[in-house]
Every structure is written in structure tokens, then in C-alpha cells.
Design a protein around this ligand. Structure first.
Ligand code: PLP
Length: 350
């Protein structure tokens, strides 16, 4: 497939304050672009980051046929650039594409395209502990036609933004039983734009009530916990890592999978199964629940300190250096920054 590279004349990098990077607002010089014209992939290559020109009838704006991914590139302690399990993002994006009736993205467009883009903008991968280059692949329908049907034409892009360390304070979360994010036969397992739009309102209500996030429950019975916001959800109960098993209503997080692998590597028992609201509350009451946390690319691991259910705030015990989530978080950070040997084969050095 022909691949064109059009570089910027003048880099914007010097105008960016790398000591003070807001998340998702500063974009690197270039982006990857690829179009599907209804029959084949065309215009594949790298271009200067710039606004798009879209017809007002463009399908994605009307019917939301749009998916995305999120991952990071890290600068290692020896100044190399490391990618973490990006082939998993490639697989997941094509799973999302299939659910949204979108054509499969070729491997060389996603994988080689991403690697070339990051090499070209390598000066944008920030140094320093916890800093990273956030990578955002997006894929959307571009037929300039009104009418509900799968688009014939699509655009695939990869944007990148340098981002500072993600310091999450401990989260107060509320178990949500009125609104659902996804149903067992719906689109929750796809990283599809509409799933996130639908989650905004219930999240806003939780924030107005003093919480940071919701814990989603299953749409059919509201008795089982599923995810927390846009993170997968994990608990340590009686020394066992307990997490809801994957299903069509849950996004299969790569951080989730990695944390499970790390637990097994450390001989910690893991249970992937239905997790009931009632047992979480019971374990909070009797002190058997010692850790609760969300997992996702942005935070790696975000500690949950309060879980609210039926108007009662339950406090999760504070973590310390020996807690599983603290150790797993450190291990993941050390893997991603090349400080520790990678026993899993998860790291690609560019
Ligand atoms: C992206 C996402 C996650 C986390 O996935 P990672 O691959 O670990 O970043 C979890 N839940 C939802 C709903 C998500 O969109």
C-alpha cells in the first residue's frame, strides 16, 4: 500500500510548555490519515495535524458510526520509545469496527502507521516519570448522505498528544441503578462513541451529588457491578483479586488483562465472575474488602476510597505500599518506563 509522508515546515514543539501539559489539548505536529473509499484504502500516510473539512451531511455526525482507541507511548529510562501492547488495541479496534458495521482496518495501516507516526513525532514523547504520549486512533463514517445505513466511505486517523503524569486522587464512586451504560446484547464491549455520550448524564448527576464517578450495574437486574466510569473494576476480597467477567456489556480493558496477568504471575488468586452489589456491600461491612480500584490506560490504577450504595457511603480501607494495587501499579509503571525486565513480551521498542 503506498504510504506518503508530508512533514510540517515548522514544528510547533517549541511553543509547548512540556512542564505543564494539560491532558488532550496539545497535539503533536503530525497525524496519520487513511481513507476507505467504498472499495479500498486510499490516501494512506502522515500529514500535518490540521482541521478536517466535512460536509454537513457526513454520516458520522447524524448516526454516530464512530469508534476510537486509546493507548500511550513512553520514553524509557534509556531514552528509547516504548509502546505497550498496541497489537491488542489493533485487535480491539477491529472488534469494535465489526460491531459498528465498519470495514476492517488493515494491520499495516494501524500498526506500521502508528509506529511511523510516533517515530516522526518522537520529539513529542515527553521525558520524565509518568509522562507519556497519548495516542488516539479514531475511525468514522464519511458518506455525505442522510439515511440510516452503513456508510460506504470512512476515515481513519491517529492523533497524538503529549501528556503529563496522571495524578488521580482517590475516587468516590456511587453504584448506579437507574441508568445503564450498556446491556448484555448491546454495544458496551465496543469503544463506540455513542456509549460515552450516553454515560455523560448519569455521571453528571453523580458529580452533582458529590461523587467522582458511577459504578455501572447490569441493565437487566441492576444487581451486578460492571465497570466504573470508563475503567474496569477490581476488588481485593479476602486476599482474592475479584473482577467482573467479560461480557458484551463490558469493555475488555488491556490494563484489566495486564493486572490479572500480573496477579497470576505473583501467585495471587484471581476470580473473574459475576460480582454482586450485595456481596460488595457485605464485604465492605465485614472488613473483608480491602481494596477497590479502577483500571485503564489513563490512570493505570485508580484507587477507590468510597463506594456509595442506597445513600450510604462505605469507606474502603486506605492502601499502603504492600497493597496489591500499589504494587501492581508500580510494576506496570516500571514495565512501561523500561525500568524493569518485561517477562510478558508486552513492550515494543521503537
Ligand atoms: C477504554 C476503556 C476501558 C479501559 O481499557 P484499557 O485498554 O485498559 O485502557 C475500560 N472501560 C471502558 C468503558 C473503556 O472505554
Amino acid at each position: 500500500m503506498p504510504f506518503s509522508v508530508q512533514s510540517v515546515q515548522h514544528s510547533r514543539r517549541a511553543s509547548v510548555d512540556f512542564n505543564n501539559l494539560p491532558f488532550g489539548r496539545v497535539f503533536s505536529d503530525h497525524m496519520l490519515v487513511a481513507d476507505f473509499d467504498g472499495r479500498q484504502w486510499t490516501n494512506v500516510g502522515i500529514k500535518p495535524y490540521a482541521p478536517l473539512s466535512l460536509d454537513p451531511s457526513t454520516a458520522v455526525i447524524h448516526y454516530g458510526q464512530s469508534i476510537f482507541e486509546g493507548l500511550k507511548a513512553y520514553r524509557s529510562v534509556d531514552d528509547a520509545i516504548l509502546l505497550f501492547r498496541h497489537a491488542e488495541n489493533y485487535k480491539r479496534m477491529n472488534n469494535s469496527a465489526m460491531r459498528m458495521s465498519m470495514p476492517e482496518i488493515p494491520r499495516d495501516v494501524f500498526m506500521d502507521g502508528m509506529e511511523q507516526l510516533i517515530r516522526l513525532d518522537s520529539a513529542w514523547v515527553p521525558q520524565g516519570e509518568g509522562n507519556s504520549l497519548y495516542i488516539r486512533p479514531i475511525y468514522f463514517a464519511t458518506d455525505p448522505v442522510i439515511g440510516v445505513h452503513p456508510s460506504e466511505q470512512y476515515t481513519f486517523l491517529i492523533l497524538t498528544c503529549p501528556s503529563g503524569a496522571y495524578y488521580s486522587h482517590d475516587l468516590k464512586v456511587r453504584i448506579e441503578k437507574t441508568y445503564s451504560r450498556a446491556s448484555r446484547s448491546g454495544t458496551g464491549y465496543a469503544k463506540a462513541a455513542g456509549n460515552y455520550a450516553g454515560a455523560l448524564y448519569p455521571t453528571q448527576l453523580a458529580k452533582a451529588a458529590g461523587y467522582d464517578q458511577v459504578i455501572w450495574t447490569d441493565a437487566a437486574t441492576n444487581t451486578k457491578v460492571e465497570e466504573s466510569g470508563t475503567m474496569n473494576l477490581m476488588f481485593v476480597i479476602d486476599g482474592v483479586l475479584v473482577t467482573p467477567s467479560l461480557s458484551a456489556s463490558k469493555l475488555a480493558g488491556i490494563t484489566r488483562d495486564s493486572v490479572i496477568e500480573i496477579a497470576r504471575y505473583w501467585d495471587m488468586p484471581v476470580e473473574e465472575r459475576d460480582v454482586y452489589v450485595s456481596e460488595v456491600v457485605e464485604a465492605l461491612r465485614n472488613g473483608k474488602l480491602t481494596e477497590a480500584f479502577g483500571t485503564g490506560t489513563a490512570a493505570n490504577i485508580a484507587t477507590i476510597s468510597v463506594i456509595a450504595e442506597e445513600g450510604v457511603d462505605y469507606v474502603v480501607p486506605a492502601v499502603d505500599a504492600s497493597s496489591f494495587s500499589t504494587r501492581a501499579s508500580r510494576f506496570l509503571n516500571d514495565l512501561k518506563s523500561g525500568k524493569t525486565e518485561d517477562p510478558f513480551g508486552w513492550i515494543t521498542r521503537l
